[in-house]
Design a protein around this ligand. Structure first.
Ligand code: ACO
Length: 323
């Protein structure tokens, strides 16, 4: 049976480092508050001259290089982002061109906020397993700094910019074993961006185009949902939690990550944690964490990975992957 296997990973963080101490100059906060509540020490932010597509392109180039694969061999690109360069063309179409991927292959963006990478991985996996593509680039890229209100201490300390990517290839060896996608739109008021084209341009001035979040309520739903989804994922795949080698979670908050690890009975040294270095990079955070642990030699070929994410929508999802 055809399976989609990860044959290369890549990631990129913009150069500008912004520490918690720098944020103390912007809003009433402290390094110790941010570290204790979130685990974040610093984040990376783009300058005016870099866009989501630029970050995604570098991460994707690194993934292609690691896969030993030429651009024209890739016939599908899916980009997960909630901060695309433009309304259209999609960031994926722009990257298809700039990366020299096969012209005429499929290219589209997926919008599922922080769960975006799991959604994009799931879609690409289904394309490959049903013969719709033979090699796919799955990219998570975000410039969250462009939709942050830098006067709102409840959100501005949490997010950062970055990108990660994987190359998937069709083959007989096991790869993506199962993916699980969910959404419940009833929770929109807890986490959303008020402005979009549907609101009209007058609303941009009155409402602003920045993230609004009731963090404490999001936190509670996120912990409950993620601990439930890891159990459901294992049960539906017939896998015991003792068989999971690595948890590669969405990097939003160390306390949410610790709660999920506890549910899996996984020691924290089997959990990939990068949130301290880049904050919440939304759809980019899972492929950044995955690439970090592959490149530093923690994640080895043949190991079983649990990927999971939760975000605006609400959306949430998971993937079991034999690396
Ligand atoms: N610095 C100092 N104080 C702050 C800050 C800050 N940056 N932000 C909020 N506070 C204050 C609040 O005003 C409040 O003060 P009060 O008691 O005087 O009213 C106090 O700290 C406690 O606020 P809470 O919101 O209850 O703090 P909590 O422990 O819940 O931590 C946090 C807040 C970090 C936002 C947490 O709720 C969280 O991480 N939520 C999840 C949000 C998230 O990750 N969203 C991203 C998308 S979804 C996802 O990716 C999972």
């Amino acid at each position: 049976m055809t399976s989609a296997r990860i044959i290369g990973t890549g990631s990129y963080l913009p150069e500008r480092v912004v520490t918690n101490h720098e944020l103390e100059q912007l809003v009433e906060t402290s390094d110790s508050w941010i570290r204790e509540r979130t685990g974040i020490r610093e984040r990376r932010l783009v300058g005016d001259d870099q866009s989501c597509g630029d970050l995604g392109r570098i991460a994707a180039q690194r993934a292609l290089e690691a896969a030993g694969c030429r651009g024209e061999e890739v016939d599908l690109i899916v980009v997960a982002t909630c901060t695309p360069d433009r309304i259209f063309p999609s960031t994926a179409s722009a990257l298809q061109h700039s990366l020299g991927l096969r012209p005429g292959g499929a290219a589209f963006d997926v919008s599922a906020a922080c769960s975006g990478f799991i959604y994009a991985l799931s879609v690409a996996d289904r394309f490959i397993r049903t013969g719709g593509a033979s090699r796919a680039l799955v990219v998570g890229a975000e410039t969250m700094s462009r939709i942050i209100d830098w006067e709102d201490r409840g959100t501005c300390v949490l997010f950062g910019d970055g990108a990660g990517a994987v190359v998937l290839e069709a083959g007989e060896q096991p790869g993506v074993l199962s993916t699980h996608l969910h959404s419940d739109g009833r929770h929109e008021p807890l986490l959303y961006v008020p402005w979009g084209p549907g609101q009209g341009y007058a609303a941009l001035e009155s409402q602003g185009g920045y993230i609004r979040m009731r963090g404490n309520e999001v936190f509670k739903v996120a912990v409950n949902t993620l601990t439930r989804i890891v159990e459901d994922t294992l049960a539906s795949a017939g896998v015991d939690k003792s068989q999971v080698d690595w948890l590669v979670p969405h990097q939003a908050n160390i306390r949410i990550i610790q709660a999920t690890a506890k549910k899996l009975d996984l020691a924290m040294d089997r959990v990939v944690v990068t949130v301290g270095e880049h904050g919440n990079t939304s759809a980019a955070s899972i492929p950044i964490a995955l690439d970090t642990a592959v490149r530093d030699g923690r994640i080895q070929r043949g190991e079983l990975l649990m990927l999971e994410a939760f975000g605006g929508g609400f959306t949430w999802g998971s993937a079991l992957v034999r690396y």
